[in-house]
Ligand binder design. Sequence first.
Ligand SMILES: Cc1ncc(COP(=O)(O)O)c(C=O)c1O
Length: 431
Amino acid sequence: MTAKRSETAVLDDGSATAIEHAYTKMTPTSAAMMRRASQSMTRGITRSLSWFAPYPVVFERGEESALYDLDGNRYIDLFSNGLSLIHGHAYRPIDEALRTALSRGTAWPGASDAQVEFAELLCERVPGVEQVRFTNTGTEATMLAVKLARHLTGRQLVVKGVHAYHGSFEDLEAGLLGRGAIAGRVALASFGDLDSWSEELDRHAGEVAAVIVEPIQYTGVVTTPPDGFLRELQRLTRDAGALFILDDCLMFRLAEGGSAERFGLAPADITCLGKWIGGGLPVGVIGARRELMKCFDPDSAHPLYHGGSFNGNLLGSVAGRIAVRDFTAEAIQRIDSCGDRLRAALHTAAAAAGISLYTPGLGSVFGLYVLDGADGAIDWRATAHLHLAAVTHGVYYGSGGEFGLNTALGEEDLERAIGGLEGAIRDLASR
Ligand SMILES: Cc1ncc(COP(=O)(O)O)c(C=O)c1O
C-alpha cells in the first residue's frame, strides 16, 4: 500500500453528502466555535492532525472511554488523543494524584521524589535503559536522541523512513509530505525494505550517526514490519558503527517493555518515549545505557548540554509513573484483543455491505482504510467519509483512519463502538 493521504482535507471539495449533512446537523455549536476559532488560529486549529472537513468537532470534556462535544454528543474514543492516553480520559488514580500534587506547585529547578521514582520505573521497564533524560514532548525526545547520537559519534547523518513521523522539526520531517532527504543531515529509506536501508548505509559509509525507526510505521498508512526486518536493521546499523534509535513514542504500548520486547530486538542504543508516557500530560523521555548517557554529566570532558525548564516536572512525573505502573501485561493483552475483535467486526460488516477495507496494524493499534473496488488502492475520499460517518454514529477515531485503543474501553463501549462502525459502513455503502 503506497497510497498516501493528502494533508489537505479530502472532503473539502464542496460536494455535500448525506453523511456531511448528518454531521453538520448534530454539531452546530462546534461549527460556530470553529468559525470563531479561525479568526485567531489558521483554520481554527493549532495542530495539523486536528483538522478534518467540513470542520472538526470541538470537545467539551473527556471521561474514561468517552469524549463529549459542545453540543453534548458522546463519542466512544478509539483514538486516545493520537495514542497519548493509554488509560482513557480523567483516569481516576491519575486525577486524584494530580489533585494532591497540585498543592505542592508544578515545577521546580531540581529533582523531586516523583521524578526519581518515575525515572527508576522506566529504567526497570525498558530493556537497555539504564538512565533517562526527561523532555516535554516526543518531538523533543527524538530531537535530543539525534543530538546525542551526533555528539557521541561525531557524525551528522541520520537515516530515517520515508513517510515516518518522528516529531515536528525540520531534520526529522525529511521524507514527509513530499519532502526529500537533507544533504549531509538526513538520508531516507523505505520502511520494510531492508535493501533500501542497506544501500543508504553503504552509500554513506562512515557518515551515519544513527538510524531512527518507529517499529510499526504509523504515519500515512499504518505499516507493520516484515518478519525479521527490525532485527536485521538493528544489525546493519551496528555494522555501520551507527546508533540504533527506537522511536517508541507510540508503540511502547505493545508490551510491558515496549516494542523491543514485542519484536524480540536487542535493546536499542537510544529509546525515545512520549505520548502516553506522561499519563495525559506532556512528557517525553530518552533512555540509554549509562555509558552513552554519561556525556550529559556536566563534569565530563565534552558534556552535552540539555536544557528544558519543565523537564521532569512534578505533575508529569506523578501522572507518568502511574500510567506506566498501571499498564500491565494483562491490560496490554486486553486492549490488543479488543483491537482484534474490532477489526474482525469491521471486515464482517464491510463484506455484508459490499465494501472492501484494509486494516493493517497489531493489537490495539491499526489503521482503517477503504479500498477502491477497481484497483485495490486506498480510496482516501471514501476513507474520510467513513470517518465522518463514524463520528455521526458516536465513534471517534483519527480522521486519517488511525486507531489506538485505551484501557478504559469496557465491554459495553466496545459493543457500542462496533454498532456505530457497522452503521457508518452501511451509510458509506448507501452514499
Ligand atoms: C512516532 C512518533 N514520534 C514522535 C512524535 C512526536 O510526539 P509529540 O507530538 O509529543 O511531539 C510522534 C507524534 O505523533 C510520533 O508519532
